[in-house]
Write a protein that binds this ligand. Structure first.
Ligand SMILES: C[S@@+](CC[C@H](N)C(=O)[O-])C[C@H]1O[C@@H](n2cnc3c(N)ncnc32)[C@H](O)[C@@H]1O
Length: 281
């Protein structure tokens, strides 16, 4: 049952209060679009200026348990999707790759092996805790010499025009306040001929699958979050943010509106996730 008062409080203020596990589960998504100066943070409507810090609160909270929770919630499937993303990116030795919202660095690690000593991978994220986890992980894995780290907001990338052959963003775009602005920023820093790959949760193609997936994720993910990371609210946000994210065709149209060409997408697991691709020509 949703407690409307609890859902208005910042995530970090909502500590568990009793021995019994009482979960504040996602209700129904808001029907109306937010007003101009507002946006959605999960199902909540918040001032646009506040969303980034609310998202930061989520990832500050989950950073230390992010990888284990990812494996548990997806049964390891995110690894397969990322491997396919790496293959589809088709980067070559010497390429320059930007992994945006790269978090703990799964894609960046794969790219650092593929671009070789003459290439460069920039692991970038808006969140210092997530970027720190990623940096530690890549250093532990021996990814040294061709990896840089950048604390950056996808909406205002601090790189020169035409800097990268490839940009990836895995499970990050739905957290961004102004997605169109972020896509335009990505286009700007891509070289002509360069490609963008966006891996993100999406909309299941079969209504029955959508209902089953939603029923399962909206109950088990906050529960797992509560039991494993002592944080149900961040995982409730995860469920809500997925449902609020544009579907496959809408996201493809947004990429085209931002200036990407030869856009396409492929679904994973019946549309639970999708990989969008587009080029700067
Ligand atoms: C679900 S994690 C994905 C991490 C990694 N790409 C992966 O697939 O495992 C989402 C990441 O998006 C980052 N993020 C959220 N808003 C962002 C923004 N505006 N610009 C850049 N990164 C952002 C978060 O800090 C977080 O690390």
């Amino acid at each position: 049952m949703t407690d409307p008062v609890a859902s208005q409080r910042p995530l970090q203020d909502r500590a568990p209060t009793s021995e019994t596990i009482v979960l504040d589960l996602p209700a129904d998504p808001p029907a109306d679009p937010p007003a101009d100066d507002s946006t959605h943070f999960g199902y909540r409507t918040v001032p646009r200026s506040e969303k980034a810090s609310l998202v930061r609160g989520v990832f500050d909270s989950v950073a230390g348990r992010y990888d284990v929770m990812n494996d548990l919630m997806s049964f390891g499937l995110h690894r397969l999707m990322k491997r396919i993303t790496l293959d589809e990116a088709a980067v070559r030795p010497g390429h320059r790759v930007l992994d945006l919202a790269g978090g703990t660095g799964d894609l960046a690690l794969g790219f650092s092996k593929r671009v070789g000593r003459d290439g460069l991978v920039v692991l970038s994220d808006i969140n210092a805790a997530m970027l720190g986890e990623g940096r530690t992980r890549l250093l532990d894995a021996g990814a040294i010499g061709n990896v840089d780290y950048a604390l950056a907001d996808a909406e205002a990338l601090p790189f020169a025009d035409a800097s990268f052959d490839c940009i990836t963003m895995a499970f990050g775009l739905r957290n961004v306040t102004d997605k169109s602005k972020a896509l335009e920023s990505m286009l700007r820093v891509l070289k002509p001929g360069g490609r963008l790959l966006v891996l993100e949760f999406s909309t299941p193609v079969l209504p029955l699958l959508e209902r089953a997936y939603h029923a399962w994720s909206s109950t088990t993910w906050p529960l797992m979050g509560r039991l494993i990371a002592n944080d149900a609210d961040s995982y409730r946000y995860l469920v809500e943010s997925i449902r609020m994210h544009p579907d496959q065709d809408t996201l493809e149209a947004m990429m085209q509106a931002a200036g990407f060409e030869r856009t396409s997408y492929r679904n994973f697991t019946g549309g639970i996730a999708a990989l969008h691709k587009g080029y700067r020509l």
